[in-house]
Write a protein that binds this ligand. Structure first.
Ligand code: FES
Length: 124
């Protein structure tokens, strides 16, 4: 029987880099990159205080956010209509979109992993 709290978030993980050093070398400061994970395109961003991952699909019209740019305030700007999104929360800070999906990046002893929150659709 599981003793985890029902409010505890659970993630499924996929390895994206073999080490933190490889991640830093592959993704320069304030640059973006696109990878495939969990059947989606994911935009990786090297922000001012760490690395972030958001869905590489603008919630406004679906264009890849990885073609945009990262500001020093840890926002990503869509290349098409220039809407801004907070990289920590995914919240839209301008424009008519609401939120872009966010992912978690964690460094473990065997590499850097991308985490997608699992949803429990059945409350029983
Ligand atoms: S498609 Fe991204 S802001 Fe319009």
């Amino acid at each position: 029987m599981s003793k985890s709290s029902p409010k505890e978030k659970k993630y499924r993980w996929v390895k994206i880099f073999s080490s933190e050093e490889e991640m830093k070398n592959s993704l320069p400061y304030l640059k973006t990159s696109s990878i495939s994970a969990f059947g989606k395109k994911v935009c990786l961003v090297h922000g001012t205080d760490g690395f972030y991952a958001v869905r590489d699909k603008c919630p406004h019209n679906g264009f890849p956010l990885s073609g945009g740019y990262c500001n020093k305030d840890n926002t990503i700007v869509c290349p098409i209509h220039r809407y801004h999104f907070d990289l920590k929360t995914g919240k839209a800070l301008s424009g008519m979109a609401t939120k872009v999906e966010t992912f978690v990046i964690k460094v473990f002893s065997d590499g850097v992993f991308l985490g997608e929150e699992e949803f429990n659709w059945w409350p029983f």
